[in-house]
Design a protein around this ligand. Structure first.
Ligand code: ADP
Length: 677
């Protein structure tokens, strides 16, 4: 047997693994990495170009849309107030040659006196109501005064007179401790006079609302007050009629006094009112004193297309664009556009048009870095920034492409080669792993078998040696008395030493065969004679053990070319096995016959048999069946390996037929062809 050092085997495995797996893996991995890096650089360049083109397209679209938007605003030759206003138009006005201004549309909270459409009247009582006032305030006859006012309400056709009578009646109900009736009257007034002014200056809805809230507060109607304060604050924020800053301030202050409780919704409404009011003040300044509004040196109007001047407004209250143009040479038109609102609605449309598959993340930030608009699919850090064109506010457009993940890059079209390389590396690794596992398994199994073999062989050698030693001692000390017994001892010792030498022959042969050193000496061999001689030599031993060997030789077999000693070893091993594994049976059939062109040698026993699982492996080196091991039958697992090798060296085959507990038949066939005489 060839000695194999475990260390050298391990080194070999490591070397193979390094050569077969690690080196190609490193080379392929490096190539793939280089490829992907190059690809990435190319893609980044492409992405940069795409982003630049996108920003250009975006700004071009904004420019065209802006011109269209302004054209739409200017296309009405009359610039009538009835025109439908756009949510992004904050103020739209015309100034005639005399310098007087007219508002076309606006989103102001209140208006300066010169821009109010309705002339405020001096507050004063209708003469017809004077009698009621006398009854109420001088004579303090409340019931009579009430009847008087109600008569007027029913009679009059004058709206102003009716409102005054209604207000007076509601006041009287309050004085007469009938707040519910007063409240009903105020609710009615709100209903009937929506968007109307008392004396041309007091908004009726708000006035009635304030009175209702006062009653709510006095009568501790908390739930109703809660609903009302929200509703009236919203009304103040979205006025339904035009009134002066004084009116606004009056209501704002009164509401502040009444609404003292803390509530997030109310707080936010007050906050909106504050911002809107600051905005309104700024817009009124643009309307009335543009020189003051644009006092900054850089605040000059920039002329753009068609003699239209535009100017971006960036104040703390407002981010807007002021546009001005002359119409028919005698009127000047001004337009203030709420730029965030305009851009938000526009961007939504443009982005879907420019970037339908949403592969680009888009953000718009104002000059303070505040986010105005954002359409981001996946948060990226590397945004490219593009400033807005000159006539628009100094904002920035931020673009970034959605970068695909590593796996996505691999699966992108054009990256097929890298995918292939990665699959190849993975395949190498898996194959390498399987190879290592297989080699290790073989190694481990072989090691186990080898150590079993050593212990088995030692046992097998030990028992004949012990017998020989024991008998030699007996003879040496003259403890064997009769000559007959002495000769039996000598014969037993001879037999045991023959058995010993057979065992050693087996081991030496096995070792020679394992590293191809076994040499055969082919001569003419008479198998029949050889077999008879062998059976004769072991007759004594077999007789002692009670074995009956039935030998049959139906045909006269011819001489064959073969190695005498090797063939003798085949007989020895096979018949030895038949004896060893006979169990309780004591009959063995040995047949030597000729069939066509071959010699058939057959050994049949009626012993323990071989399981189907063992039949597949009993010719493997060191393999021993499960059953013999369980039964404690000695053996080394190399006998059949040697037999098979010898038979094959003679061009023959060996076959087993066996059934557990019924016995086994081992058949050796040796072809006659060249050897026939
Ligand atoms: P050994 O006999 O020393 O164990 P062998 O190589 O001669 O080794 O045989 C291998 C195995 O084959 C045996 O351990 C036994 O399980 C099985 N075997 C061989 N011959 C027989 C037989 N005649 N009957 C039952 N089992 C057998």
């Amino acid at each position: 047997m060839k000695p194999v050092k475990p260390g050298s085997r391990r080194r070999k495995i490591i070397l193979y693994y390094t050569l077969a797996v690690v080196l190609p893996g490193i080379v392929l991995g490096y190539l793939a990495y280089r490829g992907i890096r190059n690809d990435q650089a190319l893609r980044e360049k492409e992405s940069l170009r795409r982003l630049e083109m996108n920003s250009q397209a975006f700004f071009n679209e904004i420019d065209t849309s802006f011109v269209q938007f302004i054209n739409k605003q200017t296309d009405d030759p009359m610039l009538s107030i009835a025109r439908k206003s756009d949510p992004s138009v904050l103020v739209f006005f015309v100034k005639d040659s005399s310098g007087s201004k007219k508002l076309i549309t606006h989103q102001l909270l209140y208006l300066p006196a010169e821009l109010l459409t309705i002339e405020p009247e001096q507050p004063g009582l209708f003469s017809s109501l004077k009698e009621g006032s006398r009854l109420e305030f001088v004579e303090r006859k409340y019931a009579e005064a009430l009847r008087f006012y109600q008569g007027i309400i029913l009679r009059t056709v004058n709206q102003e007179e009716k409102i005054q009578a209604l207000v007076a009646s509601a006041g009287l109900y309050n004085k007469m401790n009938q707040p519910d009736k007063a409240k009903t009257l105020y609710y009615e007034m709100q209903e009937d006079y929506q968007g109307q002014l008392l004396n041309g200056q007091i908004p009726i809805e708000l006035m009635a609302g304030l009175e209702i809230m006062k009653i709510n507060l006095a009568s501790k109607e908390t739930i109703e007050l809660k609903n009302n304060r929200k509703q009236y604050l919203k009304l103040l924020l979205n006025p339904s009629c035009e009134y002066s800053p004084d009116q606004f301030n009056m209501f704002y202050q009164s509401f502040k006094e009444i609404i003292t409780e803390n509530d997030p919704v109310i707080d936010s409404l007050f906050q909106q009112l504050d911002t809107q009011s600051a905005r309104t003040d700024y817009l009124i300044r643009i309307l009335t004193e543009p020189e003051l509004a644009f006092s900054n040196v850089n605040d000059h109007l920039i002329e753009s297309k068609n003699e239209i001047y535009s100017k971006s407004v960036n104040s703390s209250e407002l981010a807007a664009v002021f546009i001005s143009w002359n119409k028919n040479n005698d009127t000047q038109t001004g337009l203030v556009i709420d730029f965030p609102v305009y851009l938000k609605s526009l961007s939504e449309k443009l982005i879907n048009k420019l970037n339908p598959d949403s592969s680009i993340n888009i953000k718009i930030e104002d000059d303070d870095g505040k986010l105005i608009f954002s359409k981001v699919l996946k948060e990226e850090t590397s945004y490219l920034s593009f400033p807005f064109p000159e006539n628009l506010p100094k904002w920035e457009l931020l673009l970034s492409e959605n970068k695909p993940g590593f796996i996505a890059t691999l699966f992108r079209t054009g990256s097929g080669i890298y995918l292939f390389v990665f699959i190849l590396i993975a395949l190498f690794m898996i194959l390498g792993f399987a190879f290592i596992m297989y080699t290790l398994n073989v190694e481990l199994r072989l090691n186990k078998l080898k150590s079993e073999f050593i212990s088995n062989v030692s046992h097998e050698l030990k028992s004949p040696l012990t017998t020989i030693r024991m008998m030699t001692e007996m003879l040496y000390h003259n403890r064997v008395e009769t000559e007959e017994r002495k000769s039996a001892y000598y014969s037993a010792m001879l037999e045991e030493s023959e058995h010993l030498s057979h065992l050693i022959d087996n081991i030496l042969d096995f070792s020679r065969m394992d590293d191809d050193r076994k040499k055969y000496d082919f001569t003419d061999v008479n198998l029949d004679e050889l077999l008879l001689k062998f059976l004769e030599s072991s007759r004594e031993r077999l007789k002692e053990q009670g074995f009956n060997i039935r030998y049959e030789n139906p045909d006269k077999v011819p001489l064959i070319r073969g190695d005498r000693d090797a063939i003798l070893q085949v007989f020895h091993n096979l018949i030895d096995n038949a004896i060893k594994f006979s169990g309780t049976s004591r009959v063995i059939d040995v047949t030597l016959s000729r069939r066509d062109n071959e010699i058939v040698f057959c050994v049949k026993d009626y012993g323990i048999g071989i399981s189907a699982k063992d039949q597949k492996r009993i010719f493997d080196r060191f393999y021993r069946g499960d059953k013999p091991q369980k039964l404690g039958i000695k053996g080394s697992g190399i006998g059949l390996t040697i037999v098979k090798q010898i038979v094959e060296a003679h061009g023959g085959t060996i076959a087993i037929e066996s059934e557990v507990d019924k016995g086994s038949r081992i058949t050796v066939r040796i072809p006659l062809d060249g050897t026939l005489h």
